[in-house]
Design a binder for this molecule. Structure first.
Ligand code: SF4
Ligand code: SF4
Ligand code: FES
Length: 517
């Protein structure tokens, strides 16, 4: 049954929202951001900061938009003189003890206290410059979290996250009144595997990531929508780059996958994207040694090998490769007897207790499901054994390479493991931060990731490399973009039929086949 709608007006804009919607959420639909601190859509409502005060016609007092439900015929004014003056008052109280730390604070540039003070705070303080502001030393809360109490506005988002979402209530509000601060349990640390979310949730620079500390100013960062490669959950993330180096990973809201959160394993899983020891040019074997060459020469070598290949071909692929790359790789073997396999690193499953269906999954790779849908199996050891007697072995960014016994070895990868030095041809490819593509998560959801930085040297996306090779072998034309590559997948593979990059957007869509649990 469709939700019952209520109609209301917010700052003169009429909106219809499902019954039960909070005014603060209804306002978003009217294009109005009601200033707020304690409210967060992923946490239970606390209604304590009073920053979201708005005027509602026919109500005698101002109301907090975060705890008031939209009602039929309601007329909400967020910009009335009374509402603005109340919020200016709240800001003035918050700033009494807040230090002038912005020039050295990691949050500056993305701080809600800065933003709302700029938007509607007083131009100056009414306190004497000699007023001694409250001072408490910085505390080490856990493996990646520092607490700067002087900047804390006591919104309790961090407390509620640990209590209601992580269900490990190690934080509390200690003391009362102007002496209040966030306390950590005397016998505990903030070391829950999902604890890093408190840093994102903190609206000011009070909770800081040690990993990101003083690495960049917010305005120096470029942001790209991506998908975490840490496990098969497929959390939506943003990659923050500074001068083409990934410096921070943060969750990107997706209510169907990760809501507003990500785990610490995923958050820290980015340094390899900045590795400097990359393959930067195609390499071909001449006189027993690998020599750098151009793409044309390298392609010629690979097509010669594949044209003359005996019937048995083995592909050992990485489940971190994009769906597009995995598709075009298997297209190379059309008409041949081929086996393809991947191996997934496994670990412990760590759920986020307060969110159903969200966990750091035991399978620590992002595209195992995609590889399966494209016909690759999980019998890696068997494929490795078969590779020893195969006519051609193609390895896609997988360090576990067979000892060379037979046949030709083509290695397509980001870095060059020792065994790959045995290859006849080495082709350099982009990593996930350097290309566009898609992964299919454990629930069969196809999700796009965008390019965040350039690939080094002559490295190219793997889908491009394989599509060019396919075209040279006469298996259809090459493709010029990741979107076009995905169109080819969608045309050829049942589960992807009807999908396109445009349709997927950056929230993703389920594949069209039933995915076994
Ligand atoms: S540390 Fe941050 S999230 Fe926690 S109460 Fe203070 S301001 Fe709010
Ligand atoms: S749960 Fe998995 S996908 Fe999500 S952030 Fe953690 S490692 Fe990444
Ligand atoms: S956001 Fe509404 S009271 Fe804090």
């Amino acid at each position: 049954m469709p939700d019952e709608l209520v109609n209301l007006t917010i700052d003169g804009v009429p909106v219809g929202v499902p019954k039960g919607t909070l005014v603060i959420e209804a306002a978003k639909q009217a294009g109005v951001l009601v200033p707020h601190y304690c409210y967060h859509p992923g946490l239970p409502v606390a209604g304590l900061c009073r920053m979201c005060l708005v005027e509602i016609e026919q109500q005698p007092k101002l109301a907090i938009a975060c705890a008031t439900q939209a009602a039929e015929g309601m007329v909400v004014k967020t910009q009335s003189a009374a509402a603005k003056s109340a919020r200016t008052g709240v800001l003035e109280f918050l700033l009494i003890n807040h230090p002038l730390d912005c020039p050295i604070c990691d949050q500056a540039g993305e701080c809600e206290l800065q933003d709302f003070t700029f938007q509607e705070g007083r131009a100056g303080t009414r306190y004497s410059p000699d007023y001694p502001k409250r001072f408490n030393p910085v505390e080490d809360f856990g493996p990646d979290v520092l607490y700067v109490p002087n900047r804390c506005i006591l919104c309790t988002r961090c407390v509620r996250f640990m209590e209601d979402v992580a269900r490990e209530p190690v934080l509390n509000v200690s003391e009362r009144g102007d002496r209040a601060y966030i306390g950590v349990h005397p016998e505990a640390r903030l070391d829950h595997p999902w604890a890093g979310n408190v840093v994102d949730l903190c609206p000011v620079g009070s909770l800081l990531s040690k990993d990101f500390l003083h690495k960049a100013r917010a305005w120096e960062l470029d942001k790209s929508a991506s998908v975490c490669t840490g496990c098969s959950q497929g959390c939506n993330i943003t990659l923050d780059t500074r001068e083409n180096v990934v410096v921070r990973v943060r969750p990107r809201p997706n209510l169907d996958v990760n809501r507003y959160f990500m785990c610490d394993h995923g958050r820290m899983n980015y340094r390899w994207m900045n590795r400097g020891d990359r393959i930067e040019a195609p390499l071909v074997k001449r006189g027993g040694e690998l020599h750098a060459t151009d793409w044309e020469d390298a392609f010629e070598r690979v097509t010669t090998v594949l044209r003359g290949a005996g019937p048995r071909v083995v592909a050992l692929v990485s489940p971190r490769a994009s769906t597009e790359a995995l598709f075009f790789a298997r297209e190379l073997f059309r008409g041949l007897d081929w086996t393809g396999a991947f191996q997934a690193v496994m670990g412990e499953e760590v759920p986020l207790a307060g969110v159903p269906d969200l966990a750091l999954r035991a399978e620590r790779v992002p595209n195992g499901r995609g590889a399966e849908l494209l016909g690759y199996g999980r019998e890696y050891a068997a494929a490795l054994a078969a590779a020893e007697s195969a006519a051609v072995v193609l390895v896609l960014d997988e360090p576990d390479i067979p000892v060379r016994a037979a046949g030709a070895l083509i290695y397509v990868g980001t870095v060059l493991p020792e065994r790959a030095r045995e290859a006849d041809v080495v082709l350099p490819i982009a990593n996930v931060a350097e290309e566009e593509g898609t992964f299919v998560n454990r629930d069969g959801r196809v999700q796009r990731y965008a390019q965040a930085k350039p690939a080094p040297g002559m490295a190219r996306p793997a889908w491009w490399v394989f599509s060019e090779l396919g075209a040279a072998l006469g298996h259809g034309g090459s493709v010029g973009s990741a979107a076009e590559a995905f169109e080819r997948v969608a045309r050829a593979i049942e589960g992807f039929r009807g999908l396109s990059y445009e349709q997927l957007g950056f929230a993703g869509k389920p594949v069209a086949v039933a995915v076994p649990a």
